[in-house]
Design a protein around this ligand. Structure first.
Ligand SMILES: Cc1cc2nc3c(=O)[nH]c(=O)nc-3n(C[C@H](O)[C@H](O)[C@H](O)COP(=O)(O)O)c2cc1C
Length: 276
């Protein structure tokens, strides 16, 4: 499965087969987390918690809650070197690359920032002074039994996880609020944006907006959700590379000049520009 197919295939899996993932695959994912492209000088540390009993202690169990994740044999724990929006952005960027690689390997994942116990996650992986746990991600083979599959699908449906905003709602032309149409746009850029649109986000809020200009694409967030921002940046960059459209993100978090150039409303946060 190539990376573009993985973006279409990935869904949040909330019910797992208890069997552990093969050591070699886990090592491959942790190795990718250590070496993959990142946005800050000190990237996040991705640590591992294994064993259903141990992951259950971290994933607080609330009946009827949106965040019900069952039987995860592993958790990838996202540890920031320090608390900052920049570090959160990088965590989204790095860990989503691992999520997509896991999808390619046939594994299920589910980002969790709501329904888990950050203190227990920190105790399980051991933190050095200043380090902060900002998210965990369940990892394992999706449950194959009928109840498990039903549970995963139902929670996803109830969480509205199957819905995505249309591109015309999240992409503007030149300046904030100016309508953009895929019909008159570069087809490769449209394909990249289609893959960015598939990115997961907390509560499926899809807080990202893109402003397309002739020489660069700006990413902005309509709410302070830097992890979601990093996740969508990973989708955009990976899709861009897969479709042979060279370019890189330049982070410009809360940059007033960029906000003015794009005519962003006060509440909207400029994040980065993607330049060819
Ligand atoms: C940063 C982040 C935090 C999330 N937190 C939770 C969570 O606490 N509990 C949960 O069940 N799902 C959580 N999710 C999964 C989202 O609900 C899910 O990605 C979204 O509904 C889209 O569905 P999909 O991933 O199946 O495409 C989170 C996703 C992201 C990206």
């Amino acid at each position: 499965m190539d990376i573009l197919a993985a973006m279409w295939r990935r869904v949040s899996v909330r019910s797992y087969d208890v069997r552990p993932v093969e050591q070699a695959l886990v090592e491959r994912l942790l190795g990718l987390a250590r070496t993959t492209d990142h946005l800050t000088e000190v990237p996040p540390r991705i640590a591992l918690v294994s064993g259903v009993e141990r992951t259950r202690r971290v994933l607080t169990y609330m009946i009827g809650s949106y965040g019900l994740v069952q039987n995860a044999p592993h958790l990838l724990v996202g540890v920031l070197p320090e608390e900052s929006d920049m570090a959160r952005l990088d965590l989204g960027y790095v860990l989503e690359q691992v999520v997509l690689e896991a999808t390619r390997l046939g594994l299920g994942t589910c980002w969790v920032t709501g329904s888990y116990d950050a203190r227990r996650a920190g105790e399980a992986v051991g933190l050095t002074p200043g380090e902060v746990v900002a998210a965990v991600c369940a990892l394992g083979y999706p449950a194959r039994d009928r109840w498990g599959r039903f549970h995963s699908r139902t929670v996803r449906y109830l969480a509205g996880g199957h819905r995505r905003k249309p591109l015309t709602e999240i992409v503007f032309s030149d300046r904030w609020g100016e309508p953009w149409s895929p019909d008159s746009a570069d087809p490769t850029l449209v394909a990249i944006l289609e893959h960015a649109r598939l990115a997961p986000s907390a509560n499926n809020r899809q807080p990202w907006r893109f402003i397309v200009r002739p020489d660069y694409v700006t990413l902005a967030l309509v709410r302070p959700a830097p992890i979601d921002g990093g996740i969508v940046m990973a989708h955009f960059a990976l899709a861009s590379a897969a479709l042979r459209r060279d370019g890189r993100w330049e982070v410009r978090l809360r940059d007033d000049t960029l906000a003015r150039e794009c005519g962003l409303p006060q509440r909207v946060i400029p994040v980065a520009v993607f330049k060819r």
